[in-house]
Design a protein around this ligand. Sequence first.
Ligand SMILES: Cc1ncc(COP(=O)(O)O)c(C=O)c1O
Length: 368
Amino acid sequence: MKIPYYDLEIVHETIRAEVLRTIERTYDSNHFILGNELTSFETLYASYLKIKYCVGVSNGLDALKLSLIALGIGRGDEVIVPSNTFIATILAIELVGATPVLVEPDIKTYNLDPTRIECKINSKTKAIIAVHLYGQPADMTAIRNIAIRYDLKIIEDNAQSPGAYWGDEMTGSIGDINATSFYPAKNLGALGDSGAIMTNDSALYERCKKLSNYGSKEKYIHEIIGFNNRMDELQAAVLKVKLKYLDDWNLKRRQIAKSYIELLSGLSDIVLPYSHPKAHHVYHIFVIRSSRRDSLKEHLASCGISTLIHYPIPPHRQQAFSDKSYYNQSFPIAEELADTVLSLPLFPGLTDPQIEYVCDKIRSFYHE
Ligand SMILES: Cc1ncc(COP(=O)(O)O)c(C=O)c1O
């Protein structure tokens, strides 16, 4: 049996006719930038998240970058960020000229450990970026309490968790301003790059709208220095269709994760994903840990099973950051995760026999 890590074809096949009709309609409209598709997607996505405003943008990195700029964060400011995240979260802080202050994750949830934040706060600290990694919400109760106590802004990086909840609040709606990515393989993915910014603050919304469009609200009137970071009409139109299926796809992801957890429990070398009782996890990635990760990965590959590692090199060890002294520290939990994590195949459409096959092959690795 061959099992891909991710198979978009199965997901896309079920909505093929609807998506193609939407693409045709947009094509026939001959209007490709800043039109009705974008406006209506923004309204729908904001109402899905139960938040006031959404700005569709070019990708998740730009969503984070514009969120920081909109908050006025730049040179001389510090931003708390998890040491275990996709590099984009940290790149955004670098791109606006601020300094990332890396904080280790909780070893159970893999998300920012709130107990380690306060000792990193000083007069330069302006914000905390809470990343909901792998589909698991970060502890927003504790993070919000710290932000209130020290008067810090919260930015959520919800790229991996659309549809997740912390308590009864949806991730991506909790922070002062929040960013997401619609990279094609995300739980809600476009047919190319795009992302969004969400906020309840009308001034931040207006600033982000302008920042994403050359600093302009009205054509050829440029009020601030901005970028070209817009989401195009085709992506917005397709995302409108796919948004209708997000909850259903997330449910399937949760069912697959439940099966994996049942079938893999009891293997002493395998650490299974933990879900906090307040967290509604949407399993963007099903991450296990193993002390023999590399040989397990090889064994699974020899059985036709593709796996990935999220992420093999922690951000502070990336060459891109090698000339900055503040990365030259040890982050043992992020390093331990990079050495032991393994992501198993997970996508809506993965069948029970495929899940059983993956679990059988993991068990046979330990029993042989
Ligand atoms: C946690 C996280 N933040 C930010 C991004 C950046 O998003 P994009 O690839 O759309 O720039 C991604 C994904 O790619 C991500 O996983």
